[in-house]
Design a protein around this ligand. Sequence first.
Ligand code: UN1
Length: 500
Amino acid sequence: MPEPTHASGARLIVSRNPADLTDIVVERPLGGVEELVAAARAAHGAQPEWAAWPAPLRGRTVQNTGRLVARNKEALAGLITREIGKPYGEALGEVQEVIDTCDFFLGEGRRLYGQTVPSEMPDKQLFTYRKPLGTAMVITAANFPAAVPSWYLVPALLCGNTVVWKPSESAAAVAEALLALFRAAGVPEDVLRLVHADGDTTYAGLGQCLEEGLVQKIGFTGSTAAGRRVSELAGRHLQSPCLELGGKNPLVVAEDADLDLAVQGALFSGFATAGQRCTSLGTVLAHRAVHDEFLARLGAAVEDLVVGDPRRDEVFYGPLIGERYLQGFLSSLELVRPHHRLSGSTATGRITGDSPRKNFAGDPDTGVYAHPTIVAGVRPEDELYRTETFGPLVSVMEYGSFDEAVRLANGHGYGLSAAIYTDSPRTAFAFRERCSAGMISVNNSTVGAEAHLPFGGNGLSGNGSRQSGIWVLDQFTSWQSVNWDYAGTLQRAQMDVREI
Ligand code: UN1
């Protein structure tokens, strides 16, 4: 199909409902490099005035945003369901995460604390202040089209930065709806600008913005490959972006685990959101004493999952986010075929068009669905062990010793989220200590982080930057330290300090 164009000749974003591809949610002209740079210029120009607003007043806009989002919760969740196929119950949870983020930061407008620090000399005071960085470019993914953007936008704005936001093309309508609520909450137009652009335009525009000194911080959520490109651009300008990248998140089932709980955890971690969370479960590592039993129970549970129309209550997960995502997932399945036996009858690998599952509740002719897949017998040398699949696919591996479990949990190079199911605090704490992931769950899922804990990963999952809670303030401010000397004579640090 030729690429659609706007009357003006511009290329179009066509965002479709993935449960019914004939339903076009929104069509917008794609911005070019000029639009992106012009937005950054406007935001950069508006920043000093925004930073001069008293922080409690900026906090008020955050409070207003949270209230407006709460008032429009169902409508926003409905739009998320329609645009990216997230089951409505989960979409409500996502909108709640935006509200929680606003709740957390509205008070920060009255804190944004600095410190008073003792000096080594008399008649001198030391202070620290948080200063906004300037203008942030925030680039977000489609799988959490409201919550994850709010993790960047809310603290960035609260701290006195202005923002250019480039949302996913697959979630253009949700982005516009959220933007409208920020506006209605009192955030001025040039303080938060939104531009629709494709990947190549974004890299080119970002590069130019950095060259021209228009962007002082990048917030990026997306794939590790894209994060690397963003990081390279930032690094040339000595900037450290806030990165939230992929994962190959392990879930360890220890010998003493409550297997029913572990199965529920694996099911939710692996298949909720059709496995399209950065924190989704990649590989179950099951102790050899429980491996076969666990696999059988997980298989039976997967068999009962209802997949289909995301508006229906009984549906566990809906379609993938869009056609491009289905293609990506299909190519991940290629990694499965040569090597592995699929576990029992549950591990179908059947995709739309193949024989339907017994619990399919969608329309495979209009939607882009992927059936749940479990792959047993994965080995550390397999590509699947180290490849994020971003879809409803869970690998299962067997381990013998705790050391082996730790090695397998860390060995793929990602380090976002990990879970362990065990009854032993000693095992749980030892795992926490030795696991390289940024987020660890004990007897809970790899997904579902709460909105006020540090969120982020290490290794291929990110550069150690963290979002959420007070920790994200360090991403959007820099510390300014102040020496205030009222001795009236020159006091030299290190040299004029009294000896004892
Ligand atoms: C993501 O997939 O990019 O922890 C974020 C979770 C959600 C956020 C996921 N609160 O599963």
